[in-house]
Design a protein around this ligand. Structure first.
Ligand code: SF4
Length: 284
């Protein structure tokens, strides 16, 4: 893995189009301190749409493939501090961290940029929403910090309960993530699970999700969720290697409907991601 550090000019990216800007209550900004992702060589890296987006394509070196490199915006916490300090409309801020990388990828344990950003957020109690979107159990490293941010939601991707699909860097990755959700929820932090994209699962998956501790579940598919009705996925290495019909949305729809039987909030795809209630009157 090639690791390079750069000094960025801005860290909060205004959302005007794309899935974060859609939905009933859209996000206003994204925050990504890296181009590239340390999970680029695991299962999700094969279909990751971020590999086809400018944040990676404009920053990677010639010949580098997704998963080969991480370009780290080393001054991210300082930029965040400056941008939040001068913002006139912080109560409208709904920030998604991160849409093109993972804030708790393994290298976070070395650079602690997510942690330092959380320390900045903790100085401001007037934002509307900060979603920490990750598929890493390392999020539990920062439970005490997360608990200090009144508008935070920890959103964990758990795309299947089938360990035989080998979706992580080790064979306990699914269980580690369920355990992380439980720990975060037990700390009183709002927690969401994104089944995104929904991979083949066993019949007890809905029940497992419903009793995970998460107050909200979002189900998504390759077709509904890759931003191009499946075209990005079709042109990814995943489409050549996978041995099931990734275009079939029926299993995800069945899971979505099965979750309606439980006392939790359930969302579908883009609408589900971008419909977390505002702080006042939040139902979760
Ligand atoms: S963790 Fe997210 S950003 Fe990283 S490779 Fe997987 S899908 Fe892409």
């Amino acid at each position: 893995m090639n690791i390079r550090t750069v000094q960025a000019k801005r860290i909060l990216t205004r959302q005007k189009r794309g899935f974060l800007a859609l939905g009933d209550i859209p996000f206003t900004h994204s925050l990504s301190w890296a181009a590239g992702c340390g999970f680029g060589n695991i299962y999700c890296g094969k279909y990751c749409y971020a590999a086809q987006l400018p944040n990676w394509l404009y920053n990677k070196a010639d010949g580098e493939e997704w998963g080969d490199a991480i370009i780290i915006k080393e001054n991210a916490p300082d930029l965040l501090e400056a941008e939040l300090a001068k913002a006139q409309n912080r109560p409208e801020f709904r920030i998604f961290m991160s849409s093109v990388t993972d804030p708790y990828q393994p290298i976070e344990r070395r650079y602690r940029l997510t942690r330092r950003c959380l320390d900045v957020f903790a100085q401001y109690d007037d934002l509307d929403l900060l979603v920490i979107q990750t598929r890493s159990p390392f999020v539990t490293d920062d439970i005490e910090r997360l608990a200090r941010i009144p508008y935070v939601v920890v959103s964990m991707t758990i795309e299947t309960n089938r360990g035989d699909l080998a979706v992580g860097p080790n064979d306990k990755f699914i269980e580690q993530r369920f355990e992380a959700v439980r720990q975060v929820a037990d700390a009183g932090i709002r927690t969401q699970i994104t089944v995104a994209p929904c991979l083949p699962y066993t019949p007890d998956f809905a029940q497992r999700l419903a009793y995970s501790g998460a107050g909200r579940i979002v189900v998504d598919t390759f077709v509904a969720g890759d931003g191009t009705q499946g075209q990005r996925t079709a042109s990814s290495p995943f489409a050549e290697q996978v041995n099931y019909n990734w275009r079939d949305e029926d299993p995800a729809k069945r899971l979505y409907h099965a979750l309606q039987d439980y006392d939790i909030s359930v969302g579908w795809s883009v609408q589900g991601f971008a419909s977390i209630p505002p702080r006042e009157g939040a139902a979760e």
